[in-house]
Design a protein around this ligand. Structure first.
Ligand SMILES: [Zn+2]
Length: 73
């Protein structure tokens, strides 16, 4: 299955190896904030690409780009 950003519709491809796709947060409170921003009812299967996050939203010490808590697109 191709990962597609639910905001800009961008698809993961070989052209965008730096792009990371984030699924909605497990925290129900933060997830609700995401859904509000994304104007979606259900966060299941939703992905947001890293273009919608600022560099400071990421935890720098991880190899894999991980978003900090309380971050919304
Ligand atoms: Zn996007």
């Amino acid at each position: 299955m191709v990962k597609t950003c639910c905001i800009c519709g961008f698809e993961q491809s070989a052209m965008s190896p730096d792009l990371v796709f984030h699924s909605t947060p497990k925290d129900p409170v933060i997830c609700k904030q995401w859904l509000k921003v994304l104007k979606k009812e259900n966060g299941k299967g939703l992905l947001v690409c890293s273009k919608h996050f600022k560099p400071e939203n990421y935890r720098q010490y991880c190899k894999k780009p991980l978003l900090k808590k309380n971050v919304i697109p």
